[in-house]
Design a protein around this ligand. Structure first.
Ligand SMILES: NC(=O)c1ccc[n+]([C@@H]2O[C@H](COP(=O)([O-])OP(=O)(O)OC[C@H]3O[C@@H](n4cnc5c(N)ncnc54)[C@H](O)[C@@H]3O)[C@@H](O)[C@H]2O)c1
Length: 332
């Protein structure tokens, strides 16, 4: 058999022919109205897939409104903790991208029971409902590595430091045990999107620098690893495109050039914006993640990022001033 190109397509298959073939394929995206989903869905539609977004709209539906005109888009308002309702939406899927979750350690800490119900039990509902031939792409996280000396590869033992990391680690193991699955351990996302998350480190730093002109940073030397949200969306397409040629069921998704300390990120922002920064030596960040990640496995499969830190920070510095969040108690 001919070798697939970096994007997984066989030589001679044109983009238009591939898109026409993709129209037979239904991709269900759980959590599709969220930060990553809102960047993934338009790309799937663009590649010709039929797309069904399954989401309970805990942050509203604004991020997907513009897709309803698209003939290959559909939506079901379903909570993944409702097994029978979820089953009805995923049984005919060719591929499922599983993103629905309570995301991030602060939210999971605030709602610990719900975090387990959604992230673990909801994932079990999905696994119970899927036909064996349905391809499952699990949106996992590098948070699972926790605090690690040296560089994490996919074989590094997982050491989640928070309930969020614990639930994601558990669900990842369940998905891998099912088979016909790829777990994608993403770096921390950043960048503008229809549902931007301002709790993510770079987005948060940039927001504070842009709007408050002041930033307090704890644990300045902690190492983190980043990826632009549009490159996360591209990674899912990369995996679906070359499914039959994948050599592993787990991939770190990011780029070796995107491992930075918090202090590095502040320095890069300072090159673009004038703001005050206080590196606090007393006190600590509740987020104890300190790790750097090796991305050679996904790069060997032909995947490269397209947005580096400079471009991504430029986007945030240009775009964040347009977002205005008013104090709801202000009467002025
Ligand atoms: N953004 C990152 O940096 C990052 C990094 C690694 C992994 N991930 C993973 O990617 C996935 C998506 O993350 P995100 O950044 O888009 O988060 P998000 O919070 O923006 O999106 C989550 C979506 O899931 C939906 N949802 C939540 N509970 C649900 C339920 N019970 N039933 C149905 N829908 C539900 C929400 O309404 C939301 O639209 C998550 O699984 C997360 O763990 C994200």
């Amino acid at each position: 058999m001919a070798n697939p190109a970096a994007d997984g397509r066989l030589p001679g298959v044109t983009d238009a022919a591939q898109r026409a073939q993709n129209a037979d394929q239904l991709v269900v995206v759980t959590g599709g109205a969220g930060y990553i989903g809102s960047m993934l869905i338009p790309r799937l539609l663009d590649q010709g897939y039929r797309v069904r977004c399954v989401d309970n709209l805990m942050y509203g539906g604004q991020a997907i409104l513009h897709h309803f005109l698209h003939p290959r888009f559909s939506f079901a308002e379903v909570d993944i903790t409702d097994g029978p309702a979820l089953r009805r939406q995923v049984q005919d899927a060719d591929s499922v991208v599983h993103l629905a979750a309570l995301v991030g350690y602060p939210l999971c800490k605030k709602m610990p029971r719900r975090a387990v119900e959604v992230n673990v039990d909801g994932t079990q509902n999905l696994l119970d409902a899927l036909r064996p031939q349905t391809r499952l792409l699990y949106g996992s996280t590098g948070s699972n590595y926790g605090e690690v000396e040296g560089i994490c590869t996919e074989d590094t033992p997982l050491n989640p430091l928070s309930l969020y990391g614990e639930t994601k680690t558990k669900a990842e193991g369940m998905c891998r045990a099912r088979g016909n699955c790829v777990a994608m351990r993403f770096a921390t996302a950043f960048g503008l999107a229809p549902r931007i998350r301002l709790d993510l480190m770079i987005n948060d730093f940039a927001w504070q620098a842009v709007h408050n002109r002041y930033l307090v940073v704890y644990e300045r030397r902690f190492r983190r690893t980043f990826i632009h949200v549009s490159d996360i969306a591209r990674a899912f397409l990369h995996m679906i495109d070359r499914w039959d040629h994948l050599q592993h069921d787990i991939y770190n998704v990011g780029h070796d050039s995107m491992n930075y300390t918090k202090e590095d990120i502040v320095g890069l922002l300072k090159q673009r914006l004038d703001f005050l920064v206080h590196f606090a030596e007393i006190g600590s960040d509740d987020d104890k993640r300190d790790y750097a990640v090796d991305y050679s496995r996904i790069r060997a499969s032909g995947y490269e990022i397209t947005v580096d830190i400079d471009r991504g920070l430029g986007e945030l510095v240009a775009g964040l001033p347009l977002l205005r969040i008013r104090n709801p108690y202000s009467n002025v």
